[in-house]
Design a protein. Structure first.
Length: 261
């Protein structure tokens, strides 16, 4: 039986429940059938059916009128919202994201490192364009975006996975050597640059928030290539550096609040 990080034996039924919810969440708007889920998690159909019915009754999974299609339920949303509402760092950052959005007119993000991915915790969309790929709650590979690269640069290269990495666009880093070279440049300049590595036509600038060591959170600004001039890029960097400094200066101290891991 697998062990948790604390050396305690993993509860198999709990692990299976979490794996099922993560699988349904990853499918997004593509509902799954019973057989698909049973095969994906290597679980007998009867056991999977019983687990699904339990989760449906509690609102964590939903099914269609025929009872043959399954998707993530509304309680996942409620729990996710509770996470955002209870996190003091997210609450702290929100007015500064507004400030950056008003100053630049571009899309501003707050993200948190989650393994080898970044989870988007808050977004202020540009009125000029919508970038739904980075909606709140979405996870993207850390190697292919400004937020992720800003956070990876806060860590030693030895922690990078071997690769090869997923190519989201023709500009994505796919090797450890290529990514390591980019992270070295990120450390030298003090912020990351994503030039169409995550989404074609979009350039991002990422800034790690160093109120944790190593940093877990970062802010970024995304702008369409067509609107990015040298002058605009210079202003984006100046504004986002100021926003980073403001957030770090007002971040709650570790004492008096839980230090989550």
């Amino acid at each position: 039986m697998a062990e948790t990080g604390g050396g305690v034996r993993e509860v198999k039924s709990a692990a299976r429940t979490v794996e099922l919810l993560e699988l349904l969440a990853a499918r997004g708007d593509r509902p799954a059938r019973l057989q698909e889920l049973a095969e994906a998690l290597d679980v007998p159909r009867s056991s999977m059916y019983a687990l699904l019915q339990t989760l449906i009754s509690r609102g964590w999974v939903r099914t269609d009128v025929t009872g043959s299609l399954y998707g993530i339920g509304i309680h996942a949303l409620l729990t996710g919202t509770s996470y955002l509402d209870s996190d003091p760092r997210v609450r702290l950052a929100r007015p500064y994201l507004d400030e950056a959005s008003d100053a630049l007119g571009e899309t501003i993000h707050l993200g948190r490192l989650d393994g080898h991915s970044v989870a988007y915790l808050a977004t202020r969309e540009s009125h000029e364009y919508l970038r739904t790929i980075s909606r709140v709650g979405r996870r993207l590979p850390a190697h292919a975006g400004a937020l992720g690269k800003a956070l990876l640069a806060e860590r030693p290269d030895e922690e990078l996975p071997e690769g090869p990495y997923e190519a989201l666009t023709p500009h994505s880093h796919t090797t450890r050597a290529s990514l390591a070279a980019d992270l070295a440049a990120t450390r030298a300049r003090g912020y990351s640059v994503d030039r169409e590595e995550g989404v074609l036509g979009i350039v991002g600038f990422g800034f790690a928030l160093r109120y944790d060591t190593p940093a877990q959170d970062a802010v970024s600004c995304s702008v369409p290539v067509a609107r990015l001039t040298a002058e605009h890029e210079e202003r984006i960097v100046a504004v986002m550096r100021e926003i980073r400094a403001k957030i770090e200066a007002t971040a709650p101290a570790a004492s008096g609040a839980p230090h989550w891991r």
